[in-house]
Design a protein around this ligand. Structure first.
Ligand code: NOJ
Length: 755
């Protein structure tokens, strides 16, 4: 599906899912010279050396999991390991590389991996925040800059993008992905892969990308990390797999398995996922790494009797490289010698790994990424910092703006910044911030506002409250904060979650503001001063009280190294907010999981009178969320004309173009994300009430109108049908062109697909 404003229609349309399918990535092209080189090399390798190439270990620089293996340097020197993660800088990777290249019999270079998720040194907003920009070019640019910085520090491979769809705000890892939607998530997956890998894996400023965590990790029961996943194959295929498929279509070089089980089988042992779907259906040609000790975890899962069996199951399923568990390292030679694993199986995995090393140019020059001068010249370039600030402001979502509270009034001479996130450098960059400096570089909200406020404007700070769970009920800092509030013209309450309350192993059973922040917020509102809530968090919080009582709410996620400047840009109106939510915000945790593309049920609430019994509803909370997927305000306003269609129906091979005119009806220039939703009214299986099928971000001057058009083909409406085949079905459809999801957001038009 394409979305292109008419003005730009001839210049080419937005990235599409269907149009970019299955172009073979440049790196996957056969290369006779490489094949000869690898044939010779593999022929020389002992079984032990081969298993070494299938082993990835962490260095002791950082810990991103529960185990730390002693003696990784001895393992390198002995040729027992082919790849290292959590090691970076030109100097350190050069030292480790020398151990492998100069100290082992065959001198096979190491591959260096790292979690470069939303920036390497220059930190961009957390991935979920970037998704809220709906700006694919900006997201690609962020990944590009991350690759340039990371590769200048010796890194060849990032464990990113995380493309897990997530619909459960309790799950902490939603912060690392692109939110709840299949279509938006797939386009973002592609943008990130393009950004990291560029067109040429052999260029020294690109890195291998990893689509993770395969698969359905975001569907963990009860939102508890690592928990069981139990979903139908249809849900797997329609909701959780498409962003992975999109990553394959974009040429992603590697895949990482998930911790969870799917259909009773741990993902690292799932031949269905790793071979039937990934290799046979999708034609993936890169290599598959496990997640951290996830082969070992097949024992506590109750799927393997012991580690040796787990290793065999993983290799048979399609795993090529064992992250950190050393299961292959310690058992695989024996498994081959005993005939439980074939030499051919090992050779296949080894070749996949060595091919990537070859494509990166490591056999030509193993030190080519470890260049101290380049490192010095590359990190924190001013243009990288500018880009981080720009992406940060694009990511922010204005959720409420009563009476034009924002932008801050010109006569606001005293601004009180209050709250635990108002002047906290460590929090600004969120979790998984790679080699980002948490202590000195990040610009806080206070610093950003002070830097921007003109002469004669005083910006003061009082922490006032705490986000620590243990501080709930305490009121120590309240008096100071309230005194400051009383003296001020406007209160900027910087509240939310501590940076490590989202990310891995950071699930919550409440979505409320943690600590004593809610109590202070209520007292701040009671002063009668205007209150602007700047939320920082990696998940949708239940800020229902705030929505009713504060004057303005800006969701800033964790905005990165330049975050404070970006907040100031928005609060002072130097930037007109344009972000839209990539996830639904529930009213309270009891609505979770909640997402816009739900099914209608047989007893939809609309069928009953208000408050009626025997319809699908809660007794104590509306069904509607607090904020819908796709929602976000601007300092200007936009009007939408009714949508029109080029035809009332289309057949196989045909298409329909939908159009609507969007007008900037306010008095400021602003950007609007125009969204296209479709509902398939009747199917061989029930269909969601709406599905996003296109979007276009348009900049409009005051009074300017633009007709935005979207072209739909039958293939864009494909899904997993009753017989588990993928395709479209003839029938009736509704279509909306709207500023957000939700049937009330605009009036639908109807079309059909004929046989
Ligand atoms: C575990 C996480 O699940 C994964 O996303 C990450 O890449 C690895 N640890 C390595 O740090």
């Amino acid at each position: 599906m394409s979305g292109a404003s008419e003005r730009e229609a001839n210049a080419g349309s937005s990235p599409t899912l269907a149009s970019s399918q299955s172009a073979e990535p440049a790196w996957a092209r056969r290369d006779a010279e490489m094949d000869r080189f690898l044939d010779e090399l593999i022929a020389k390798m002992t079984l032990q050396e081969k298993v070494g190439q299938l082993t990835l270990l962490t260095s002791d620089w950082e810990s991103t999991g529960p185990t730390m293996r002693e003696g990784y340097k001895q393992d390198i020197a002995a040729g027992r390991v082919g790849a290292i993660f959590n090691a970076y800088t030109a100097e350190y990777t050069r030292d480790l590389q020398a151990m492998a290249v100069e100290g082992t019999r065959l001198g096979i270079p190491l591959l260096f991996g790292y979690d470069v998720i939303h920036g390497h040194r220059t930190i961009f907003p957390i991935s979920l925040g970037e998704a809220a920009s709906w700006d694919l070019d900006a997201i690609e640019e962020s990944a590009r800059i991350s690759a340039v910085e990371a590769s200048a520090e010796g890194i060849h491979w990032t464990f990113s993008p995380m493309v897990d769809v997530s619909r459960d705000a309790r799950w902490g890892r939603g912060s690392e992905g692109a939110g709840e939607d299949v279509f938006l998530g797939s386009l973002i997956a592609k943008a990130r892969v393009r950004g990291y890998q560029g067109d040429d894996l052999g260029a020294i400023d690109t890195v291998l990308a990893t689509a993770k965590h395969f698969a359905a990790y975001g569907a963990a029961q009860a939102g508890r990390d690592y928990h069981t996943v139990d979903i139908s194959e249809r849900t797997l295929r329609d909701t959780y797999l498409p962003p992975f498929k999109a990553a394959v279509d974009e040429g992603v070089a590697t895949f990482m398995t998930a911790f969870n089980e799917y259909d009773g089988v741990p993902a690292s042992g799932s031949r269905f996922l790793l071979t039937d779907v990934l290799r046979d259906e999708w034609g993936f040609d890169g290599f598959v790494v496990t997640d951290y000790t996830s082969i070992n975890e097949m024992v506590p899962h109750g799927y393997a009797r012991n580690l040796a069996q787990a290793g065999e199951q993983a290799l048979h399923a399609g795993v090529d490289m064992d992250m950190q568990g050393a299961v292959f390292m310690e058992n695989m030679v024996n498994s081959v010698e005993q005939g439980r694993v074939s030499q051919a199986g090992i050779d296949r995995a080894v070749r996949r790994v060595l091919e990537m090393k070859y494509r990166l140019g490591l056999f030509e020059d193993p030190y080519r990424y470890a260049d101290a001068e380049r490192q010095q010249a590359t990190l924190y370039k001013p243009e990288f910092l500018d880009a981080a600030r720009d992406v940060a402001r694009k990511s922010m979502v204005l959720l409420k703006n009563e009476g034009g509270t924002l932008p801050l009034a010109a006569d606001a001479n005293r601004i009180a910044v209050i709250g635990p996130l108002g002047d906290s450098k460590p929090d600004m960059i969120g979790s998984w911030a790679a080699a980002g400096d948490r202590q000195t570089r990040p610009v806080t909200v206070l610093e950003g506002l002070r830097a921007r406020a003109g002469d004669g404007v005083r910006v003061d700070y009082a922490k006032g409250a705490s986000y620590e769970f243990a501080d709930e009920g305490k009121t120590d800092g309240f008096a100071e904060a309230l005194a400051l509030a009383e003296e001020s013209d406007v209160i900027v309450a910087a509240m939310g979650e501590k940076w490590d309350m989202t990310g891995e192993a950071a699930s919550r059973t409440s979505l409320d503001l943690p600590g004593n922040q809610q109590a202070l917020l209520e007292q701040l509102v009671a002063t009668g001063k205007p209150v602007v809530l700047v939320m920082m968090s990696g998940r949708p919080n239940s800020i229902t009280w705030a929505d009713e009582h504060v004057d303005a709410i800006l969701h800033a996620w964790y905005p990165g190294t330049q975050g404070g400047h970006a907040v100031a840009d928005v609060l002072f109106g130097d930037y007109n907010p344009s972000g839209k939510l990539p996830v639904t915000f529930p009213r309270n945790v009891g609505q979770v999981p909640i997402h816009y593309d739900m099914k209608n049920t047989g007893r939809p609430i609309e069928l009953g009178a208000p408050g009626a019994k025997y319809v699908s509803r809660y007794l104590n909370t509306p069904n509607d969320p607090l904020y819908r997927f796709g929602y976000g305000l601007s300092y200007t306003s936009f009007g939408y004309s009714p949508a029109t269609l080029s035809a009332a129906s289309m057949g196989p091979g045909g298409s329909i173009t939908a159009r609507a005119t969007v007008t900037n009806t306010g008095d400021r220039a602003g950007e609007e994300v125009v969204q296209l939703y479709v509902r398939d009214l009747v199917g061989s299986v029930t269909r969601p009430v709406q599905e996003l099928k296109g979007f276009e971000k348009v900049m409009l001057q005051p009074g300017e109108a633009r007709t935005v058009s979207f072209t739909l083909r039958p293939e864009d409406l494909a899904f997993t049908r009753a017989d588990i085949t993928h395709g479209w079905e003839p029938g009736e459809f509704q279509l909306w062109i709207a500023p957000s999801s939700g049937a009330a957001a605009s009036t639908p038009v109807t079309f059909s697909i004929t046989e």
